[in-house]
Design a protein around this ligand. Structure first.
Ligand SMILES: [Zn+2]
Ligand SMILES: [Zn+2]
Length: 249
């Protein structure tokens, strides 16, 4: 059992704490909620119509089987990408606390989001692979937030989670301020599959915290496909609003 899994198990075994998992404001313990009303209302769930491939929210239209212009122009290597919520307000706080403070008490908030989400698209996945951190960063942070999310997303498939198969070989600089081309250059060749792992004809679920332009998951997907994976499905907790994939350059 990984350290992150032990953390999650420990925390999940506790009863819901009487403070909001996002803002720490006291909440009514009897109501068995993990988020205060304000934070709960600040979470925007992604609703159809979405691009069938990249999962981007599309304005208007009733067609649920739609592919966005970007995916038509440059189809990504992954089969589909889905996120649960928009990366804004309360969700940004959740992710920041998880990522930079290693604060696993936010697991309650993430579980609350998950209970309202539909993950049936991922039921056929053979293996679940969290996007890895570089070893240096992992050591500094103490946990990989993507592994913790994988544990929360798939409580009944934990034996299928493989957090050490994909390796980040380069400590890439923070992507946030880079444009499209720079992001892709920065990520190119940043991941490798551990030697001896067989992926032939397997359907994989790649898990990460935030989908911004999709460059990171695209790079991971290329490595997995290169090693024989049949299909890669991407699942992220949150999606940055309208930062178009590959639009820059
Ligand atoms: Zn709150
Ligand atoms: Zn798309």
């Amino acid at each position: 059992m990984t350290l992150a899994m032990q953390f999650v198990k420990g925390f999940m075994n506790l009863l819901f704490p009487p403070v909001c998992a996002v803002c720490r404001m006291r909440i009514d313990a009897c109501r068995q909620k993990s988020l205060c009303q304000r934070c709960s209302e600040g979470i925007a769930y992604l609703m159809p119509p979405l691009c069938r491939v990249c999962g981007m929210e599309l304005a208007g239209g009733k067609d649920r089987d739609f592919v966005c212009g970007e995916c038509l122009r440059a189809p990504p290597a992954y089969h589909l990408a889905r996120s649960l919520v928009r990366y804004e307000s309360a969700v940004q706080q959740l992710v920041k606390r998880l990522k930079f403070a290693g604060d696993t008490s936010v697991a309650h908030g993430i579980s609350a989001i998950m209970r309202r989400s539909d993950l049936t698209e991922f039921e056929d996945c053979d293996w679940i692979i969290p996007v890895p951190l570089h070893a240096d960063r992992h050591r500094r942070r103490g946990l990989n937030q993507a592994t913790l999310l994988a544990d929360l997303f798939f409580p009944k498939k934990r034996e299928a989670i493989r957090s050490d198969w994909l390796v980040r070989t380069r400590n890439t600089t923070a992507q946030t301020r880079l444009g499209g081309i720079a992001r892709r250059k920065n990520m190119s060749g940043a991941f490798q599959l551990r030697k001896g792992i067989q992926l032939e004809r397997k359907i994989l679920c790649l898990v990460d915290d935030v989908f911004t332009t999709g460059t990171t998951v695209e790079e991971c997907t290329k490595v997995l496909i290169h090693h024989g994976a049949l299909r890669v499905k991407v699942l992220t907790l949150a999606r940055a609003p309208m930062l178009q994939r590959g639009r820059v350059g």
